[in-house]
Design a protein around this ligand. Structure first.
Ligand code: XMP
Length: 327
């Protein structure tokens, strides 16, 4: 199939009307491409794959099978939201794979950040390929490729994750219905397709998930402390009107302990680091300066509600010199 490119004179999709026109056009194109064949999609719950899923459900209904792999490194409530939105509300054919033990067993004792990323990426492809092989007659693979992915791969900045690096026996033709869109346009289209705003306008979240926010060797208890503190931070940001305003915010629980005191008893527990940043291009970021009352409240909640945490630290370092993530 010829590579589809964004026309130079294409109007930026900023309104519901423009989104509707785009959706109608893509439904027609997808139907032409796929006919009565079956399509497979790795649905992470991120913006791009969620919008592709919603669009394809509209276009081809149950010819689409979505696979959601829970690698155990997702944020609190994420797998549940994917199941609720896609299986219960949109009636998608959704295969949910809880591969938590598989990933965490492979990651046990691995401290090198690149090695951790490689294991997470490699295992993801394996789990997805296993599910794909169980299905009969799938000829197409849908992907949430967007226009910046194409531009960056052409500029040699990023290897385009073409077909997700699947093994050769899984030789699918690609379906990429949002490949000519910029991120802001994908969001407008997503809202028009009926996806929840919280899913469409969510903050960026790295593929290796909470794995890179549990520095060093991941253990289940420290990972749980990252997940719980992250949930509290997100809840408080939403309550205080910061959720749509601050570009990215999360917690990190490093692998060292310090002394503390709880209910008159000595503790020896981890600190929780809070990072909240703003940026336009992620090459340079500035720190969001939080309200002192909110800081006090976050410290209180996290130290009392999250097992294993006895101290909260705030990372006020811009990028450069620090990167956004810790590994
Ligand atoms: P850094 O840490 O490089 O992060 O300043 C810049 C942005 O990229 C995100 N990030 C990742 N996203 N896989 C991803 O999909 C990754 O391995 C990864 N590492 C960093 C990070 O969250 C930030 O928004």
């Amino acid at each position: 199939m010829a590579e589809i490119r964004r026309p130079d004179d294409m109007a930026r999709i900023t309104t519901p009307e423009l989104a509707d026109a785009f959706i109608a056009e893509q439904i027609k194109l997808v139907k032409e491409q796929v006919g009565d064949k079956k399509v497979l999609l790795a649905l992470s719950g991120g913006v791009d794959s969620s919008v592709v899923a919603a669009l394809l459900i509209k276009a081809i209904g149950d010819q689409l099978t979505c696979v959601h792999v829970n690698h155990g490194l997702l944020r609190k409530g994420e797998p549940e939201q994917v199941i609720e939105v896609f299986r219960n509300q949109m009636k998608a054919n959704l295969i949910y794979v809880d591969a938590t033990d598989r990933f965490l067993d492979k990651l046990a004792g691995v401290t090198d950040p690149e090695e951790k990323r490689k294991i997470i990426g490699g295992e993801f492809i394996e789990v997805f390929a296993e599910e794909a092989r169980k299905l009969d007659g799938v000829e197409f693979l849908a992907q949430g490729t967007i226009w910046p992915d194409i531009l960056e791969s052409e500029a040699g900045i990023k290897a385009h994750h073409n077909a997700g690096g699947l093994p050769e026996d899984l030789n699918f033709e690609l379906v990429e219905p949002v490949r000519i869109l910029f991120k802001d346009e994908v969001r407008v289209v997503g809202v028009q397709l009926g996806l929840p705003e919280g899913m469409v306008y969510r903050q960026p979240f790295p593929g290796p998930g909470l794995g890179v926010r549990c520095p060093g060797a991941i253990t289940r208890d420290r990972l749980e402390a990252v997940r719980e503190s992250d949930a509290i931070l997100r809840e408080e940001f939403a309550k205080n009107g910061l959720a749509g305003k601050v570009w990215q915010y999360f917690t990190v629980v490093p692998d060292f302990r310090s002394t503390g005191i709880t209910d008159g008893k000595r503790t020896f527990a981890w600190p929780c680091i809070i990072r909240a940043i703003n940026t336009t291009d992620v090459m340079e970021v500035t720190v969001e300066h939080l309200d002192p009352e909110l800081i006090d409240h976050l410290v209180k909640r996290i130290t009392t509600e999250v097992p294993g945490i006895n101290r909260v630290l705030f990372d006020y370092t811009p990028k450069p010199p620090a990167t956004v993530e810790y590994e």
